[in-house]
Ligand binder design. Sequence first.
Ligand SMILES: NC(=O)c1ccc[n+]([C@@H]2O[C@H](COP(=O)([O-])OP(=O)(O)OC[C@H]3O[C@@H](n4cnc5c(N)ncnc54)[C@H](OP(=O)(O)O)[C@@H]3O)[C@@H](O)[C@H]2O)c1
Length: 264
Amino acid sequence: MSLRFPAQADPSTRPALVTGASSGIGRACAEALAALGHPVVVGARRVDRLDELVTTIREAGGQATACPLDVTDPTSVAGFLTAATDAYGEPEVLVSSAGTLIMARVWEMDPDEFDGQIDIHLRSVQRLLHAVMPGMIGRRRGDVVVIGSDVAYTARPRSGAYVAAKAGLEAMAVQARRELEGTGVRLGVVRPGPVMTEMGTEFDPATAESVINDWVRHGFGRHPRMCKPADLARGVTAMVSMPRGAQITELEIQPEAPIEEDYS
Ligand SMILES: NC(=O)c1ccc[n+]([C@@H]2O[C@H](COP(=O)([O-])OP(=O)(O)OC[C@H]3O[C@@H](n4cnc5c(N)ncnc54)[C@H](OP(=O)(O)O)[C@@H]3O)[C@@H](O)[C@H]2O)c1
């Protein structure tokens, strides 16, 4: 057992993989990691979006490459890992941000849709860990950040399988972190509150209205502010950039309430 850690390597030698990078939090994380100097491999299903992101990162002086990725498809995950390794070498950072949100009451949700939400938010993350962990453990270094959700602790009605999946993800992360002790690999959860992204923008007006009404009835939505994706990326880069010998294990990032001029 060594009580000393090597200094944190330069980001340019620490390739980063970001899932769900075509939009929202994943995209912001990819841009922020590239700005720090990490070579970044961005994955999602909409490759045209990824290509545009790669152009943006390269124009800003960063290194990035795009690979198609469907995290629910084991063959796609394996291809993503191979392409990423071919591009920049063995990955040292993984940010898992891919996700979708289907709203329904638990018992009203189609069971296949319920399975699909568990698949993308829980099983797919395990699929990624299964793929990257052996290499990271073998090299005795690596940072994995999974994007959770505050709903894991404050269940919002009509969130279908999302709450159960995110609660399961948090539990899996706690277990995995214990299992990783002594390996040199760090795993943390960045847990957003409401963030202004594309998630939820596809709801039909009737669904959106019933969801919001129910949330207000249950005490959510005390103020209207939401975080920006870049706020979450700050948390992710802080986690990944921690000096060796310490780790940020969980980070919840919430929007700050608007300042009230008449607060007393
Ligand atoms: N927005 C919020 O308020 C909020 C709050 C708490 C937690 N979160 C979590 O934050 C993460 C990112 O969400 P976001 O808000 O940034 O939403 P978003 O803007 O809709 O981004 C979701 C991303 O996931 C990708 N994705 C969806 N299905 C995929 C699949 N099967 N394989 C690979 N990529 C897939 C999407 O790309 P393609 O469609 O191109 O594949 C997109 O890039 C999610 O895990 C979400 O649960 C969000």
